[in-house]
Design a protein around this ligand. Structure first.
Ligand code: SF4
Ligand code: SF4
Ligand code: FES
Length: 277
């Protein structure tokens, strides 16, 4: 058991607990961007820096285990200024595209920019202009919106063991991409969606065909049918703020009918076959 303090609040945590995890236990919020609780820390962004009292060294809270007797300081004017500068530098390489972005209102970068009250661009803008990859029917990769957190690569390589994504190049020109720089459709990607659901920004986003669906529904000459995957029955509940695992099957069928679908198919048996396969 480790005993330390965070902003003067005593914490008792197991050995190996990071400063970030310890802070969360005592309701102290340290901002993060590259960190995701499903994944080991990549410590790529530097926004989670904190100080140990008596030292001017700044530590990354997401990857530093808290040690016995540490007095951690999570907020002071210097720490906040460094975090703000990190954010401003990231935004200087980021398009001002929020209104048209699929991640609008669920974007971790956008939320942080709002939390830090960023209203102006202090650094000259540099957008690499690498073309989007919309070669699959599943995702659009927009390299300009990548903040190099490494989450997608970690999840693709280590959790899914697919190795479709990797970082290419070095230093300033490094970028994430399908391995060997190929298009996503030519890569070993199995379109599982884990990269997209873990990306903090709109750099990997599901191909959005909502407008096409509305147009088809409004056309009286169409007989529109819909087929849902099993996970949607609970995922839709989470999207509307229900507790994880809430079964929304009945509501989902009703709403799809009300939207105008003439028939609703539910992928039950076929999904079992996929799992067996
Ligand atoms: S990724 Fe986030 S910050 Fe960037 S354009 Fe999209 S919503 Fe805005
Ligand atoms: S694409 Fe998204 S998850 Fe992958 S490194 Fe870029 S910002 Fe992170
Ligand atoms: S959240 Fe810790 S370095 Fe990014």
């Amino acid at each position: 058991m480790i005993i330390a303090t965070i902003n003067g609040i005593p914490v008792h945590v197991a050995e190996g607990t990071t400063i970030l995890e310890a802070a969360r236990q005592v309701q102290v919020k340290i901002p993060t961007l590259c960190h995701h609780p499903d994944l080991p820390p990549t410590a790529a962004c530097g926004i989670c820096i904190v100080k140990v009292q008596g030292s001017n060294k700044m530590l990354r809270a997401c990857c530093t285990p808290i040690e016995e007797g540490m007095n951690i300081l999570t907020h002071d004017p210097e720490i906040v200024e460094v975090r703000r500068t990190v954010l401003e530098l990231i935004l200087s390489n980021h398009p001002n595209d929020c209104l048209k972005c699929g991640r609008n209102q669920s974007c971790e970068l956008q939320n942080l920019a709002a939390a830090f009250g960023i209203r102006e661009e202090l650094f000259p803008k540099f957008i690499s202009g690498i073309p989007k990859d919309d070669s699959t029917n599943a995702f659009v990769i927009d390299p300009d919106k990548c903040i190099h957190c490494g989450r997608c690569i970690e999840i693709c390589q280590e959790l899914q063991q697919v190795w479709a994504l990797s970082f290419l190049g070095r230093g300033f020109s490094s970028r994430f991409a399908p391995a060997a720089g190929m298009r996503l459709v030519e890569s070993p990607c199995v379109e599982c969606g884990q990269c997209s659901s873990h990306c903090p920004t709109g750099a990997i986003f599901e191909l959005d065909e909502t407008v096409k669906v509305w147009q088809k529904l409004q056309d009286p000459d169409n007989y529109c049918v819909v087929q849902i995957a099993p996970s949607v029955r609970v995922a839709i509940g989470e999207a509307f703020g229900m507790p994880p695992g809430t079964n929304m099957t009945g509501k989902l069928y009703t709403v799809l009918r009300r939207l105008g679908f003439k028939a609703v198919f539910d992928t039950s048996f076929a999904a079992d076959v996929t799992v067996m396969e």
